[in-house]
Design a protein around this ligand. Structure first.
Ligand code: AMP
Length: 491
């Protein structure tokens, strides 16, 4: 399958070639013809699958039919609305719109909270066909009457599951009520919960279901392991791992934004270049942190789930869960950062006694045991073999910890962004069965570096079930010239 065979306009083919893409990814091959035909889509695809081009390319083609070069704002009404849960994702999608649409005379704009609203208002008044927006700020513009949805032809809801987690659904419903009934709607989500299906029912008409990633699948090239440790020793263990290994580009997940900054400072004090990214940082601070990490200036990026979601960092070799996520699905999201496109990756979790319930839920979800490795000098106390605490989970999972009491933050404003972590809904406690403690104490040579110690302990994981959705063949550009591409890899 080639982009030409998908029936894309020469202007789009040119942009795609300039972007260096040689062939469509599976989600693109499936979604582009359906979107071009004007059908609604329910798309199951995670970041990293090429889903953005999967909807942006055909959307541009549909709008190109009536593109106007007139300077009059009236000739440039909003014709496509792309809603994303976070600023970062909005920026990335907007970048894609600009990349793929550079040879088509359509105007585009990104609007998100946390920055001055005036330039956005002015740009909207001049007329733009494609608006990429986070919901709260878009509603601010509605209130100011700087935007009008009468001419919207296409609506895209990107990362709908995350929108739901973040409590954006009432905002989405308000926006939906303002859109013309006759329109094309596309909904993308990494997971399809009952709530997502309900939302899809209200906004999609006879949707075509396109799914390229098995629900809650983790890639098979990722090595999972956990180190049991006392909560009080976690940061020392993290520093130990980083100091005694040559791991580069390590993404460390924490539960709270307060914790993210504190941990990054601690690592810095230990002589480990680290930076933090979370919902309270200014846009510029986030961009700088990400650039430092990408350039290698910072070896470690400490992030919260919310802030990390949608970050455009491909092929991360190492993810460390300093704290386990509150909802097991977020473990899959976190780990989705590594082992992409057949590359090797590892996911290490530092787990204290209180987190064993969460660990058991994660193992259940990913349908495989996570190898437990005790690091000498960091053996957990006896509480680790005590009863497992009830894991708490429910809607709004990943974002909840960012509002922890420890962060001493004022409660978020009732509706508006700029913060991308507001409005969480209470979780329902759920009882889980206590996990059997299994702590194989391994006979390490503590003088050996961390990497060589743990790699010798890797165990073979049971062969996971094959999914019929896996890509038939690798996409060379995504694989980045790997010596041995892994065509069977789950994305
Ligand atoms: P996405 O899943 O949309 O976030 O895309 C993930 C990455 O894949 C982005 O960096 C894109 O630039 C890249 N990408 C998208 N489509 C293709 C393609 N057909 N070939 C190679 N790379 C692609």
């Amino acid at each position: 399958m080639t982009f030409e065979e998908l029936g894309l306009l020469p202007e789009l083919l040119k942009a795609v070639t300039e972007a260096g893409y040689t062939e469509p990814t599976p989600i693109q091959a499936q979604a582009i013809p359906v979107v071009l035909a004007g059908k609604d889509v329910m798309g199951g695809a995670q970041t990293g699958t090429g889903k953005t081009a999967g909807f942006v390319l055909p959307l541009l083609q549909r709008l190109a039919r009536h593109a106007s070069t007139s300077p009059s704002p009236a000739r440039h009404p909003v014709r496509a609305l792309i809603l994303t849960p976070t600023r970062e994702l909005a920026m990335q999608v907007h970048e894609s719109v600009q990349t793929y649409g550079k040879h088509i005379p359509l105007r585009d704009l990104v609007v998100y909270g946390g920055v001055d609203i005036k330039p956005q208002t002015e740009a909207l008044r001049k007329g733009v066909e494609i608006v990429v927006a986070t919901p709260g700020r878009l509603l601010d513009h509605v209130q100011q009457k700087s935007v009008n949805f009468n001419s919207v032809e296409v609506l895209v809801l990107d990362e709908a599951d995350r929108m739901l987690d973040m409590g954006f659904i009432p905002d989405i419903k308000r926006i939906l009520a303002m859109l013309p009934k006759e329109r094309q709607s596309l909904l993308f989500s990494a997971t399809f919960s009952e709530e997502i299906k309900k939302l899809a029912d209200t906004m999609l008409k006879a949707p075509v279901l396109i799914e390229v990633a098995r629900r809650n699948a983790v890639t098979e090239t990722v090595t999972h392991r956990m180190h049991p440790v006392d909560a009080d020793n976690k940061r020392q263990l993290l520093a130990h791992i980083l100091k005694t290994s040559s791991l580069q580009q390590v993404l460390v997940f924490v539960g709270t934004k307060f914790g993210a900054s504190r941990l990054a400072h601690y690592l810095e004090k230990q002589g480990i270049e680290a930076t933090a990214i979370h919902g309270d940082k200014s846009q510029q601070q986030r961009t700088e942190a990400l650039e430092d990490f990408k350039s290698g200036k910072a070896r470690v990026l400490v992030a919260t789930d919310v802030a990390a979601r949608g970050l455009d960092i491909d092929d991360l070799p190492h993810v460390i869960n300093y704290e386990l996520p509150h909802v097991p699905e977020d473990y899959v999201h976190r780990i989705g950062r590594t082992g992409r496109a057949g590359k090797e990756g590892d996911a290490t979790s530092l787990v204290c006694a209180e987190e064993r319930g969460k660990l058991a839920e994660i193992e259940k979800l990913i349908k495989r045991p996570i190898e437990q490795v005790v690091v000498p000098g960091f053996e957990p106390g006896s509480s680790f073999s005590g009863p497992v605490e009830k894991a708490r989970r429910g809607r709004g999972g990943a974002d909840r910890p960012e509002k922890s009491a420890g962060s001493r933050e004022k409660p978020a404003a009732p509706r508006r962004e700029p913060r991308d972590d507001h409005k969480r809904e209470p979780r329902e406690p759920r009882r889980i069965e206590p996990a059997k403690p299994k702590l194989p104490k391994l006979d390490f040579d503590p003088s050996k570096p961390y990497e060589s110690r743990v790699s010798s302990q890797d165990t073979a994981l049971p062969e996971p079930k094959r999914s019929h959705h896996r890509p038939k063949r690798p996409v060379p550009a995504l694989l980045g010239g790997l010596p041995k591409p892994e065509p069977e890899t789950e994305k």
